[in-house]
Design a protein. Structure first.
Length: 75
């Protein structure tokens, strides 16, 4: 199956946006601990997988770092 030019452009744009998100995420809270950075990124709406890539950790660790945010939202 061949992709149309539009589909190719959208795929390229998506890849570039992913790179931009990672670059900006790396800069967020550079003076903070990994836990604080994970929490900041999570509050900004970044998914656990992306956060784990930026912070060089596992998605499970990110889930643990951001656990209190989920508990806070349940109250």
């Amino acid at each position: 199956m061949s992709l149309t030019n539009e589909e190719k452009l959208l795929a390229e744009l998506s890849e570039k946006l992913d790179v931009l998100i990672k670059v900006v995420s790396i800069q967020v809270g550079a003076d903070k601990t990994v836990t604080e950075r994970a929490r900041l990124l999570k509050m900004a709406g970044v998914d656990n997988h992306s956060i784990s890539q930026v912070l060089n950790t596992s998605p499970d660790a990110v889930r643990t770092f951001t656990k209190h945010l989920r508990n806070k939202n349940k109250r």
